[in-house]
Design a protein around this ligand. Structure first.
Ligand code: ACO
Length: 430
């Protein structure tokens, strides 16, 4: 075994540099010493979209994209999906260890007692247009929460971080449910703290005139498992937004608003909605070959397929496929499922998808389940944002306490004009 370092020769100068390798990475700053002329800035790396750059050291989530492995704090996602609950998983993510029974009880109590939102936030939601996208409402209202909790600015105070973490995990479902009720013109249903985290969420969404809402236990558990699967996914687009915005030391509500906005995009949390639209556009199994042809021609993308990190079947998609069967025993079978199954079968046998290692991701089947459970498509990214809040908060706290971290501020390669003199408008020809 050789030395843990990299020897770089700068062919412009013939000089050689020894750069240490740690955790299979080199520090980008170790390249700064490489200069052709003494007054050069020094060498940088160019990596748009961070495809080969680690922006942090993390102890939260492990992914092996080639093998299709996902673990939170070392625990395989399959075991958590089978044996854990969303609140226990949220505890694991934010605190680092599985809770003792009394700690889980206290955590669940704390979350339950923060589910109410200030009545003024309700008025704020009232102000949105009747057909406002609930994700847009969520971005706005979670950001607005920062004005209700000025103590959240004390981001280096452990107790303040603990309280904001409880508040955020607790209030996201309430904001989301109120946004939904607003969009369908129904009165808001207040939280029912006797119910589980997902049971209460279902109650706030679907409660009608009954005095007490009784969630279907199969659907309640299915949603809980879907929440576990979505709770964290290391340095994805929205988590990067959370860390980047949080690195300015803004309060966590504002940072979560930024992360939620990132999740809104169709290439991220909006993908399951795009999958349903795609399946509806295909409309029938007989139209699949023609659609695949359009994908291969570069005209459209096969939504719910492909992933920056997974070059294998997304482990979450495997679990979701199993949940689908349980959900369809309660709800009616979603007719889009047959199109999705056939689409997957054809794509997984097609050289185009095999060579590019394009497999179903978490979004391929989640939308079909959500639709069968009665959620409108607009709510799909919201159903992602709620559980991801725990992951965002865990990553945010880790970033704040990491002495290596500073305000996120990338470099650029400037290719614009060199210095030139301002020309007065009268002197500019049309
Ligand atoms: N359908 C068809 N071709 C695809 C797809 C797809 N869904 N995804 C990638 N490809 C092709 C690209 O055209 C490209 O081909 P090329 O090398 O011939 O140019 C190659 O595969 C690599 O694709 P990139 O876009 O470079 O991969 P990247 O890592 O940047 O993108 C992404 C990942 C955004 C997820 C992409 O696969 C995609 O757009 N998928 C569809 C949207 C989707 O399902 N998003 C959900 C992601 S999971 C999540 O956010 C929870």
């Amino acid at each position: 075994m050789g030395k843990d370092s990299l020897t770089i020769t700068d062919n412009r100068t013939g000089k050689t540099y020894d750069v240490p390798i740690e955790n299979e990475t080199i520090s980008a700053m170790s390249l700064r010493q490489i200069k052709a002329k003494p007054d050069d800035f020094g060498l940088m790396t160019y990596d748009p979209a961070f495809t080969n750059t680690a922006s942090c050291k993390s102890r939260i989530t492990y992914i092996d994209g080639d093998k299709g492995i996902l673990r939170y704090r070392g625990y395989p996602i399959e075991q958590l999906a089978e044996k854990s609950s969303y609140l226990e998983t949220a505890y694991l993510l934010v605190k680092g260890e599985l809770p003792k029974p009394s700690h889980l009880k206290a955590f669940a109590h704390n979350i339950t007692f923060h589910t109410m939102i200030h009545e003024n936030i309700k008025k704020f939601i009232d102000g949105f247009h009747h057909d406002a996208h609930p994700m847009g409402i969520l971005v706005g209202t979670v950001g607005a929460l920062s004005t209700f909790y000025p103590d959240a600015k004390r981001i280096f105070d452990t107790e303040s971080r603990r309280v904001q973490t409880h508040r955020l995990i607790a209030k996201m479902p309430t904001l989301a449910a109120f946004a939904y009720r607003h969009s369908i013109g129904m009165p808001y249903a207040y939280p029912d703290n006797d119910l589980s985290y997902t049971g209460n969420f279902l109650s706030m969404l679907f409660k009608m005139t009954e005095l007490k809402y009784h969630p279907n236990p199969v659907l309640e558990r299915a949603l809980d498992v879907l929440f576990i699967l979505h709770a964290d996914h290391e340095q994805n687009c929205s988590t990067n937004a959370m860390r980047s915005v949080g690195s300015s030391h803004v309060d966590p509500y504002s940072a979560i608003a930024a992360a939620t906005a990132a999740l809104y995009g169709p290439l991220h949390g909006g993908a399951n909605e795009a999958v349903i639209r795609m399946l509806m556009e295909i409309g029938d199994i007989k139209n699949i070959p023609a659609y695949i042809k359009r994908v291969k021609g570069g005209e459209v993308r096969l939504m719910g397929f492909g992933h920056r990190i997974y070059k294998n079947y997304d482990p979450r998609a495997k679990i979701i496929k199993q949940i689908a069967d349980q959900v369809f025993e309660v709800t009616r079978r979603n007719s889009l499922l047959d199109i999705a199954l056939e689409l997957e079968r054809i794509a997984l046998a097609d050289e185009y998808f095999i060579s590019k290692k394009l497999y179903p991701n978490v979004d391929f089947y989640s939308g079909i389940i959500y639709q069968a459970m009665g959620f409108p498509m607009d709510m799909f990214p919201v159903l992602f944002a709620i559980p991801r809040t725990a992951g965002w908060l865990a990553q945010w706290a880790e970033m704040l306490l990491d002495e290596d971290q500073k305000i996120a501020r990338p470099r650029q390669v400037y290719l614009g004009p060199a210095v030139r003199d301002y020309v007065p408008i009268e002197a500019r020809t049309e």
